[in-house]
Design a binder for this molecule. Structure first.
Ligand code: KIV
Length: 283
């Protein structure tokens, strides 16, 4: 069987050029990294959505650099082929260009990532430019940017009126000019996504932004029924692993209560003579 090798930036650009769709998912741990590789996923995002899906917060804002780095390490230990992006958490890049470059660098040197993602357009273009100048690939993130949820008035579709849609198109242009290798559009009307994609030389990825772009992202926990709090409208659930887990736990609890688990095959033995000697020692 031939080994897959690391997905590279030139390959990602070639996929846009040739019209081959780019696949992207989130991952927060080692097993998901392994699964993503086995499934041939192109890009894996260690998202700050982890604050919600794994840590149970109601927003992404509490996610820290320490948590994102630790989870990036877990993902990159498992994920040898996919291109892995670390998601810059809230306040790890907004305060200054210098802070943005330093924290982006930590995802590469400590997290083992291949690049980073950050939220924002024109206002973050100087951060993007500086990070790219440091040799770090950057994916931009526009539309519903969860770190600005308070400004946006909640988790809402963005760009539904002409003026806001024009702002997204202008932000995309600014990110491309700043050197971003790709842009993620979240919860944007499909027609606006199409306009952004047609105008961009770089790949445009959608999460809840329709099919007329260069690739798709879904959140792993939404895809597999692993986030009980909420399922976004744009998600497609490919399996209900959460329900499978609940059923398994119920069976386990039942079997323990009824003495059906563990069975002899689940235990370990001590040799007879050792057991006899032990009994003697206890006399
Ligand atoms: O953190 C994340 O997973 C993200 C997606 C919601 C786009 O940024």
């Amino acid at each position: 069987m031939s080994e897959r090798i690391k997905v590279t930036l030139p390959q990602i650009f070639e996929m846009k050029r040739s019209g081959q769709k780019i696949t992207m998912i989130t991952a927060y741990d080692y097993p998901t990294g392994v699964f993503a590789d086995r499934a041939g996923i192109d890009i894996v995002l260690v998202g700050d959505s982890m604050a919600m899906t794994v840590l149970g917060y109601s927003t992404t804002l509490p996610a820290t650099m320490a948590e994102l780095i630790a989870h990036s390490q877990a993902v990159t230990r498992g994920c040898k082929n996919s291109f892995v992006l670390g998601d810059m958490p809230y306040m790890s890049y907004q305060p200054s260009i210098e802070m943005a470059v330093q924290n982006a660098g930590r995802f590469m040197s400590e997290g083992g990532c291949d690049g980073i993602k950050l939220e924002g357009g024109i206002t973050m273009a100087d951060r993007v430019e500086a990070i790219v100048r440091a040799g770090i690939p950057v994916m931009g993130h526009l539309g519903l940017t969860p770190q600005s949820m308070s400004m946006l008035g909640g988790f809402k579709v963005q760009g539904k009126d002409a003026m806001m849609a024009k702002r997204i198109i202008d932000d995309a242009k600014a990110l491309e000019e700043a050197g971003a290798f790709s842009i993620l559009l979240e919860c944007v009307p499909s027609k606006v996504t199409k306009l952004v994609t047609e105008r961009a030389e770089i790949p445009i990825i959608s999460i809840g932004a329709g099919p007329d772009c260069d690739g798709q992202l879904l959140i792993f926990h939404d895809m597999f029924g692993l986030y009980p709090a909420f399922t976004p409208k744009f998600t497609k659930q490919y399996a209900d692993v959460g329900e499978t887990i609940v059923q398994g736990l119920k069976r386990y609890a039942e079997e323990v209560r009824e003495g059906l688990f563990p069975e002899p095959k689940h235990g370990f033995t001590i040799r007879d003579e050792q057991y006899e000697e032990l009994l003697k020692m206890l006399e």
